[in-house]
Design a protein around this ligand. Structure first.
Ligand code: ASP
Ligand code: MG
Length: 406
């Protein structure tokens, strides 16, 4: 008998029928003798609907009140799932994030988990109940409802698995595992049986959409055994995210190609080439809690230089505005940008021991006439920023170039 955390995303609980299917799956695991904690998302589309409603009230919704609204989506699905389980004779009890309690810091809409009280969950499990917890939400250190950022239910599930020292955290989603790239873009994409944490973190952060990045980091930190599986089909082992690189395995240079449209490029042109300028620009952006991804500064000529970086597309306008307000103190000649760009990345632990991966990427893109606007690299990743209209083409040709297909 094991203690297993199941997590079901929005698509898996997207209709009453699907919620009943989840109940059947949970009942089956329970019948096999396992203790089960279920974490659920809101029904698909619901969180977007709530965000849109809030924006009808205020251009920039008050963060505390936005969290009050956003947290309702998951409250519906926990109650419905508990009913569906009871209906088929499985004793179950639902809890909101603040009832559990899942304690967070005070950064509304992107709160971080600080502590989880496992007492109520353990008592229910000991009494033979299935415990259902609302994902994505918690209670802040000031006693307010908080949410963990979009896709945050994954992180809730992993954090709960860590707190309960669960044997496995199973993320049920609408795909049957982690693929070498998005199969909707490249039909030859292949499901991986295992992937390492390091690779998964790079792929998740690059927008492969399977798991929220923070959940993977959390799993790595607390050594939670994490598996991605399909909730829409039976059988299959999904993809297990492994802790250690299998030494015996001959690794390909590249294991996956990820793409991300949630990108915008900001250019700060003609800034003085002197100490402190990067800090002036990026400090202001960081103070606004905007995440910066790729950064490039050119070698200066005649005392000035150009500085470019990328931010999430939703933060594009705000970033331009806040830099324009500081344009004089920064001493920039011009601030502009482009929010029709995307990032395509090749990821692989094998890059550490293979040379020429970056050159192969550049050659492959050049052969298709795709212009590269920015490049960034890490030990196991090469990313390029390109015009978004080439996103699918670039992904396809790179997937093929590294022979990742079936
Ligand atoms: N319902 C939230 C969202 O759509 C959280 C989640 O699904 O993980 O972002
Ligand atoms: Mg999700």
């Amino acid at each position: 008998m094991a203690l297993i955390v199941h997590k079901y995303g929005g698509t898996s609980v997207g209709s009453p029928e699907r919620i009943k299917n989840v109940a059947k799956r949970v009942a089956k695991a329970r019948a096999e003798g396992h203790d089960i904690v279920v974490v659920v998302s809101a029904m698909s589309g619901e969180t977007n609907r709530l965000v849109a409603l809030a924006h009808e009230m205020q251009e920039h919704p008050d963060p505390r009140e936005l969290d009050v609204v956003l947290a309702t989506g998951e409250q519906v699905t926990i109650g419905l799932l508990a009913m569906a389980l009871k209906d088929i004779g499985v004793d179950a009890k639902s809890y909101t994030g603040w009832q559990v309690a899942l304690q967070t810091d005070t950064s509304h809409t992107k709160a971080r988990i600080e502590n989880i009280d496992d007492e109520r969950m353990r008592a229910d499990l000991a009494a033979g109940k299935v415990v259902i917890v609302a994902g994505f939400q918690g209670i802040s250190s000031e006693g307010n409802i908080s949410t963990l950022g979009r896709g945050g239910s994954d992180t809730s599930a992993v954090a709960i698995a860590a707190a309960l020292k669960a044997d496995e955290c199973q993320i049920y989603t609408d795909v049957d595992g982690v693929y070498t790239t998005d199969p909707r873009v490249v039909p030859e994409a292949r499901r991986m049986d295992t992937i390492t944490f390091e690779e998964m973190i790079e792929l998740a952060s690059l927008g492969s959409k399977v798991l929220q990045i923070r959940s993977v980091e959390f799993a790595g930190k607390y050594k939670v055994r994490l598996r991605v599986l399909s909730s829409l089909q039976d059988g299959g082992n999904g993809t297990l995210i492994t802790f250690e690189e299998d030494d015996n395995m001959e690794r390909a240079a590249v294991t996956g190609i990820a793409f991300d449209k949630n990108q915008a490029r900001i250019n700060v042109r003609g800034v003085p080439d002197k100490p402190g300028v990067a800090y002036q620009i990026l400090g202001a952006v960081a103070d606004a809690n905007i995440e910066v991804d790729m950064i490039i500064q050119n070698v200066g000529s005649e005392g000035t230089t150009d500085f470019s970086f990328t931010v999430p597309r939703g933060d594009y306008k705000q970033t331009i505005e806040l830099l324009q307000q500081r344009q004089d103190s920064i001493g920039a000649a011009c601030i502009d940008g482009d929010d029709t760009v995307c990032k395509v990345s090749a990821v692989g632990l094998g890059m550490r021991s293979h040379v020429g991966v970056a050159a192969k990427i550049f050659r492959t893109l050049a052969e298709e006439g795709i212009n590269i606007q920015m490049i960034s690299t890490s030990e196991i990743k090469v990313s390029v920023l390109i015009d978004e209209k080439y996103m699918e083409l670039a992904t396809r040709v790179l997937h093929k170039a590294f022979d990742l297909g079936n």
